[in-house]
Design a protein around this ligand. Sequence first.
Ligand SMILES: CC(C)(COP(=O)(O)OP(=O)(O)OC[C@H]1O[C@@H](n2cnc3c(N)ncnc32)[C@H](O)[C@@H]1OP(=O)(O)O)[C@@H](O)C(=O)NCCC(=O)NCCS
Length: 393
Amino acid sequence: MRDAYIVTSVRTPGCKRIKGAFSETRPEDLISFILDAAVKKTPALEKKEVEDIMVGCAFPEAEQGMNIGRVAALMAGFPVEVTGATINRFCSSGLEAIVQASLRVMAGWSEVTIGAGVESMTYVPLGGHMPRPHPEWTREHADLYTSMGITAENVARRYDVSRADQDAFAAQSQMRAAKARKEGLFAELVPTPAVRYVLQDSGTYQKETVLQKVDDGIRDNTTVEGLAKLNPAFAAGGTVTAGNSSQTTDGAAATVIMSREKVDALGLTPVARLKCYTTVGCQPDEMGVGPKYAIPKVLKMAGVDIADVGLFEINEAFASQALHCIRALGLENDMDKININGGAIALGHPLGCTGAKLAATLLANMKRKGVRYGVESMCIGGGMGAAALFELC
Ligand SMILES: CC(C)(COP(=O)(O)OP(=O)(O)OC[C@H]1O[C@@H](n2cnc3c(N)ncnc32)[C@H](O)[C@@H]1OP(=O)(O)O)[C@@H](O)C(=O)NCCC(=O)NCCS
């Protein structure tokens, strides 16, 4: 197979569900904006040259239903000939979309594709509006439907991740994100229109738009002492809190992928290529352990030593699972390589967008630091892990 090159990878800010800046911005607007921005940031690329757009979405229903991939493509102004699909692998959907889009180019079937992701957890909450587990099968297999918070409690308990360690990890995530925001290190972030409906004197609402420039969930005043005071969010006597869990968030991200021939024809300088990708299953009631299996598997497939990986983005669904995976991978003394600008505890985890968002962040950091190999990984509801290895061009 030939290589597929990533030339542009961008994201909207991540903004808190309901309380944040995108609470009145529909998911179609978020994803179509970032698709448009990704093309505009790719010099010489015209929308008609993109063949297919894959959009990750974990709960593709209601406002983000009806094949959001196709809806977003047309709303973003791509010609009707450009197709769109929705990809769902829960928390890795955005990464899966980048992989599927890359594979199309690697197979020689397309010259230019886009892999993207979107989730408005304001419009469609975690779990969707109407979950309907199978009535008989679930009697024997209820673990598949375990609340994500309880899976995090299970990981903390089974693998001895203390509350103090979870809170210290969470505080570090917040501090790193606050520093990165202050120093303008989120090069992949595109200021994005946020809609507000403002009550007028007449009693009607006026639609207004402001430019949202930052991730609004970061709490730069976080302390471990403050975190230690929070009550458990999911289980009485538990250790998983609002402070050491990922935030529920709205956001979108997009990555433009093309063949070497197209890169050369447009005179572009590619950022990176997707070297390898894999997924692996684990017990649903401790789904957070996924990365500890997926990362070694992808590195073995690629023949790359973990010591040669310069940067990791390991999704912080919860501090308990992220920390357990980091320990199991023998990376506890390599924290300067992991989530260097903070993770989902501070920046949010907009489910189906997250894989695409983390790719944008990882690639921006690899470029800034000149790192050859970067790994992106996450745990996935239902009991899975995914991992991708990117190589800087
Ligand atoms: C845990 C959870 C239920 C909390 O939801 P929430 O109540 O909306 O969380 P918030 O971020 O608003 O925090 C609630 C309160 O906790 C406290 N808090 C949160 N983070 C804090 C921090 N870093 N320092 C101090 N206090 C903090 C604050 O008092 C905050 O209230 P405030 O915003 O009015 O100040 C939600 O974030 C969640 O479900 N997370 C996991 C999502 C998930 O499962 N994703 C899939 C993973 S696979």
